[in-house]
Ligand binder design. Sequence first.
Ligand code: HAM
Length: 436
Amino acid sequence: MKALKVQATKGMADILPDSAEKHKLPAISLWHFLEKIVRELMANYVYEEIRFPILENTALFTRSLGEVTDIVEKEMYTFLDGNVSVTLRPEGTASCVRACIENGLLRNQQLQRLWYLGPMFRHEQPQYGRYRQFYQFGVEAFGLSGPEIDAEQIVMLANLWNKLGIGAATTLEVNNLGCQQARAIFKQDLIKYFAKYKDQLDEDCNKRLYKNPLRILDSKNPKLQELIANAPVLTNYLKDEDKQHFDKFLAKLVDLQVPYRINNRLIRGLDYYNRTVYEWVTDKLGAQAAICAGGRYDSLAEQLGGPNTPAVGFAMGVERVLLLMQTQGVVAKKKLDGYLICAGDAAVERSLVLAAKIRSLCPNFALAMNYEGGSFKSQFKKADKSGAKIALVIGDDELVNNTITIKFLREEQAQKTILFTQLQQILGGYCGNLSN
Ligand code: HAM
């Protein structure tokens, strides 16, 4: 039968041990480095991990994100499972809120600080930094209505960028979306304004004019920029409480020494936000400038049938952050600790057993070994090429005497022969898989 060559689905990348040329994505070691830092950060700020399904009922997203949003209108992977419409999650906030309500996590005004990391799916036109399957690291805090938590999440992110080596390449943009009522009046005025220029609007904007005119402000169409620049500004519609919340939030950012830029046009592409919204952007990734985005969504829990619960969170695009790390020269090389060389028939015969013994004695020691025989010299060459820090040599003498010889491959030091029982103690100093 003729072979059938099947390729990955468009916009869905393989993450490989080495850098994935096709999608220009970094090697898995950089992912691991980022994931390790993220877990440490979450423990440091006392957030707990939550995992929810990849597939949800479609209604969850249409209700939470809004009917007239890019995601719901054209980017969701939706299909029938029997007679139930289901969707591959395009983001995590809606699922997180659903999971909290369903499991009683928001009962009695409980505080919850949660994080998640996993794949999301959006049927977008793929390009550098934009994929149809992409990973998000997200954080959601429930039960806190003051601006302190908004600011804490921001400083946590500023901290994260520094730990990942991209602090200098990111800029924070913030805006105040106010409350739903203020936005409703603003919306009416926007409709009145843009309706006057209906002929000039493109097809997308015309579609949004009466349903979601705020999204027109988000348009990237160069021909519309002047029209947009002269449109009413949301700031003029905000209520005092919303202004106070935002002012306090900004004051906290100053206290925390996190620089920001106010962007009055930052609307966000999802309907659930109110008050604080923000995006971290970079000029190093071309069109895909947003590496992380978030804000408050105080009415979503109630909208989804749960208790009235203030909430704030963000999600970071993992691929974009990794690509940014790459542009900043951040590397996380895999490091091999040791390479086992067995010389002589008896030692070669026992090599697998010996390697298993070393691995169980020293579980954090990354040990490679030679499976192909060959002279001592050729094995030694392989050990050197492998990048290992040391070679562990077992020959006839070592086998008889229950010893092992350590040869230092990367430093000037005379080889030494030790008792096998001393191995654990000696190898401790050579463990560790990730640099940085
Ligand atoms: P979002 O702005 O839709 O917000 O996505 C957050 C981040 O995910 C973006 O800033 C970007 O880095 C990344 N991202 C989005 N689409 C793609 C794509 N197609 N390929 C690669 N990366 C992408 C949310 O998803 C909200 N749930 C954030 C949030 C959490 N708000 C409150 N809590």
